[in-house]
Write a protein that binds this ligand. Structure first.
Ligand SMILES: Cc1cc2nc3c(=O)[nH]c(=O)nc-3n(C[C@H](O)[C@H](O)[C@H](O)COP(=O)(O)O)c2cc1C
Length: 316
């Protein structure tokens, strides 16, 4: 049997398959359901300082076969309520708690509440609008100086490992990765959704209630692989420290997981697949990954990690 185990800061997992933030991770019951599946780990819904309602609908649609569009509006129970979940529940799998804040103080407030409640690691969702008045469209994750400010503030406030979740909607993702890592992040998570609009021709306006939305699902998988490759190559060149990458974007099968591991990822996250299927996808994907590794002579994830980068190195 291939060894699928993963040991990275804050996460000791039997396999590299994690739930992605925002899908089924907003309350204890949903998290327990995923924890009892074949998933190796959990990521909570992104938790903010105060409770938030969803944007007006539609908030999530299947726009075509392999495309999910969403603008949920970061609905969440708020830090105090979710701290009770972190404090009171014993999940069968390790959980990365995803947080957001609007500005550095907001992130710190949530980070401290989660750490005090016993969270073992945090994912900073940087694809969140900056709270500065008049700057609704200014996404923190698109501004390296804001990334640095937020990550440094959270780093100074808590001792647990921090993963910075990056947006693909920038010119050169290595710049944002560098900002996060130089400010003290222990690892990276990528990618968040790809910026999108889809018009409903009958309504003569965008289909999603918020008008602007993010795209996920298998159609973004090659984009996500490109972003992971760019970061891994920068690590190989010594431009970024070598830290664990949690990769995501359109993963549906065991072969998809292998693609990201071969580009240097340590583990993966799975989101949109759970919109089409139930939590038993995790076991199916784990079994496929394990058979692929056995058939191709990979004993563990380390023997497969980064092998696709050899052919890309000359490009840098
Ligand atoms: C309905 C929905 C809600 C999401 N909510 C969040 C969220 O709260 N925080 C976050 O960091 N990412 C959120 N995401 C992004 C996913 O975590 C993931 O980065 C993205 O969907 C790509 O992976 P996938 O193609 O497997 O879905 C959401 C995605 C979807 C489809």
């Amino acid at each position: 049997m291939a060894d699928l185990g993963v040991e990275i800061p804050g996460l000791s997992m039997a396999n590299p398959l994690m739930l992605a933030s925002g899908i089924q991770g907003g309350n204890a019951a949903a998290l327990h359901r995923v924890a009892s599946s074949g998933a190796g780990g959990l990521v909570s819904k992104s938790i903010g300082p105060v409770p938030r309602e969803m944007y007006p609908g539609p908030v999530c649609v299947e726009a075509m076969d392999s495309v999910i569009l969403n603008a949920m509006g970061l609905p969440n129970p708020g830090a105090d309520k979710f701290a009770e979940v972190v404090r009171g529940e014993e999940f069968a799998k390790p959980m990365l708690v995803s947080i957001f804040g609007g500005d550095a103080e907001g992130y710190v407030e949530v980070a401290e509440k989660m750490a005090d409640a016993g969270a073992s690691c945090l994912e900073l969702n940087l694809s969140c609008p900056h709270a500065k008045p008049g700057s609704r469209s200014l996404i923190i994750g698109q501004q390296p100086e804001l990334i640095r400010e937020v990550v440094a503030a959270v780093r100074a406030a808590v001792d647990i490992p921090i993963y910075a979740k990056l947006s693909p909607n920038t010119t050169n993702i290595v710049v944002e990765a560098e900002a996060a890592l130089s400010a003290g992040a222990d690892g990276l998570a990528l990618i968040n959704t790809v910026s999108a609009i889809e018009v409903d021709p009958f309504a003569g306006r965008p289909i999603i209630g918020n008008l602007l939305c993010g795209m996920s699902g298998p159609a973004i998988r090659p984009i996500a692989q490109r972003k992971v490759a760019e970061i891994s190559l920068a690590m190989l060149r010594g431009e970024l420290p070598n830290v664990p990458i949690l990769a995501m974007g359109g993963i549906m099968t065991g072969l998809d997981v292998a693609r990201f591991i071969m580009l240097g990822a340590s583990a993966v996250q799975i989101g949109s697949a759970l919109i089409w299927d139930d939590v038993d996808v995790f076991q199916g994907i784990a079994d496929e990954l394990s058979s692929f590794m056995e058939q191709n002579g990979y004993d563990d994830l380390a023997s497969m990690r980064g092998i696709a980068l050899d052919s890309l190195e000359g490009l840098s």
